[in-house]
Write a protein that binds this ligand. Structure first.
Ligand code: TYD
Length: 136
């Protein structure tokens, strides 16, 4: 399952006036985009995320700065360091994730296939591990 996490190289239009990248729904992401949100002003040492989603898929693009995304599938863990505004990390549903090691002034944009729904979150890691084990 952790293998389905994918670093997606977004289009990059090189220009001496400044570069441009973009995301098209169902083209550069494998889902219809229903929501965009962004994370910013993260104090040094803070950790965001720390949950899994039942249905939500997302693409994380670090527009400025850098951070690490740690993905956990109930067994193994993998870390992606994001620091390029033309790369997006695609995370399918059902994976535990947290974000750490934010550089000062990091801005992360997230596009997802769902509108916000608290019921879609699994926020208890032990519960997540149990759900994964029960599904086997
Ligand atoms: P949460 O997803 O837990 O943040 P993170 O995973 O980045 O640590 O969301 C934090 C709070 O913001 C929580 O109370 C839910 C709320 N929220 C919304 O109302 N709408 C949204 O689109 C998101 C992502 C969060």
């Amino acid at each position: 399952m952790i293998d389905s996490v994918e670093l997606i190289h977004l289009p990059k239009i090189l220009d001496s006036r400044g570069n441009l990248s973009f995301i098209e729904s169902e083209n550069h992401v494998p889902f219809e985009i229903k929501r965009t949100y962004w994370i910013y002003d993260v104090p040094g040492g803070e950790i965001r995320g720390g949950h899994a989603f039942k249905e939500q898929e997302e693409l994380i693009v670090v527009l400025s700065g850098s951070l690490d995304v740690v993905i956990f599938d109930g067994k193994s863990e993998v870390k992606y360091s994001l620091n390029r505004s033309y790369n997006g990390l695609y995370i399918p549903k059902g994976l535990w994730r947290h974000m750490e090691n934010f550089a000062t002034n990091t801005l992360a944009l997230i596009v997802s296939n769902t509108v916000f729904n608290e019921q879609d979150y699994i926020r208890d890691k032990q519960k997540y591990i149990k759900i994964i084990d029960d599904d086997k």
